[in-house]
Design a protein around this ligand. Structure first.
Ligand SMILES: [Ca+2]
Length: 354
């Protein structure tokens, strides 16, 4: 037993005793008053020790009655008195120490380690792309680690999103979760080729037409067709060398799917201009839409035709769409609404925002 009269160190304490002569069974009653057992009432069989949790930590008295069963159904007991741990001794859950809370996770695997905590005997680590815990949430990593205080977590998608890591520990026998949020590194996997600089690469000042179903990097062409323009010498690029005309030979569209985090806000920014060369009737229009399968956010952009069809200046304008992802995958689509001579699009960017 802890030394009688001593102060316990936490909500858990291990009581040990010496074997009694001819003992057949031991039994512990632990309570706030002599002979009571609201904290524990447990047989230990012939074991000579027992860890008991759920003890008070307010400095109050803890009465322990150790029963011994002797032959002839003869129960004998001895009482011991302790003082509960004082309030200054708190059982505390473990905390992640590495990586630091603000660290950027730039690889698909990361090593985590954590403090021991106080009164903790077991740890569990889980990681997912969700905040919070619940039985409906699935984690890409979830392991009971016993008393280990480090683990390697793999499966971290480098898509510019967030990873939520849950460290569970059991101070005083009560499983407690602490959630940590880490950002992942490059956004290359999250959204690509928003500047339309990837292949195909037209000759300087020229263009290449792509039709429905064709891809360029992760963009997919829909509608009828689009043109990828090279802007050298003709101003057809707001950024870099290339841009996209959403109406190729007839109105087209482009879309890209990307991994997103449900509940996360994103800001889509882009530059657009009217096609300057052709004197088509009416304004040039396009729709930018965001969502999963059916668009959940939609915005129209419109530019007036240049005063002169021979005016080769592109009047670039900034567009923006703020969205909230609902699913783990989202579509970003730009669709031409102009019968001919579409919107020129360039420098599409997506950033998570608070
Ligand atoms: Ca570009």
């Amino acid at each position: 037993m802890p030394v009688a009269g001593s102060t316990l160190t936490g909500a858990c304490a291990t009581f040990r005793w010496s074997a009694g002569n001819r003992a057949l069974e031991y039994y512990l009653d632990i309570g706030a008053r002599e002979g009571t057992n609201q904290f524990a009432a447990v047989s230990t069989g012939l074991s000579l020790n027992r860890e008991v949790c759920g003890l008070p930590t307010d400095g109050s008295a803890v009465f322990v009655r150790l029963w011994t069963l002797l032959p002839g159904d003869d129960w004998r007991y001895v009482d011991y008195l302790y003082r509960a741990a004082s309030g200054s001794i708190q059982n505390t859950p473990a905390e992640i120490s590495v990586p630091s809370p603000s660290a950027l996770l730039t690889n698909t695997c990361a090593n985590f380690s954590w403090t021991q905590g106080v009164g903790v005997t077991q740890y569990r680590l889980a990681a997912g792309f969700f905040s919070g815990v619940g039985q409906n949430l699935s984690y890409f990593f979830d392991q009971n680690l016993g008393d280990r205080r480090s683990a390697q977590v793999c499966g971290i998608q480098q898509r510019g999103g967030k990873v939520f890591v849950h460290l569970w520990s059991n101070p005083a026998g009560v499983w407690t979760n602490k959630e940590y949020v880490f950002s992942t590194g490059t956004s290359e996997m999250f959204f690509t080729n928003g500047d339309f600089e990837s292949a195909p690469n037209p000759l300087p000042g020229s263009w290449i037409t792509l039709r429905a179903g064709e891809n360029f990097e992760r963009w997919v062409v829909g509608g009828h067709s689009i043109d990828i323009h090279d802007g050298r010498g003709n101003g057809f690029a707001r950024s870099g060398k290339q841009s996209v005309d959403l109406s190729g030979e007839a109105p087209g569209s482009i879309y890209q799917t990307m991994a997103t985090q449900p509940g996360q806000k994103y800001r889509v920014t882009f530059w657009y201009a009217g096609h300057p060369y052709h004197p088509y009737e009416g304004d040039a229009m396009a729709t930018v839409s965001w969502g999963y399968r059916g668009a959940t956010e939609r915005q129209f952009v419109r530019v007036s035709r240049p005063a002169s069809p021979n005016d080769q200046q592109l009047n670039w304008m900034a567009g923006q769409l703020d969205v909230v992802a609902e699913f783990h995958e989202s579509f970003l689509t730009f669709t031409s609404n102009s019968p001919n001579g579409g919107i020129i699009l360039d420098d599409v960017q997506i950033q998570p925002i608070d």
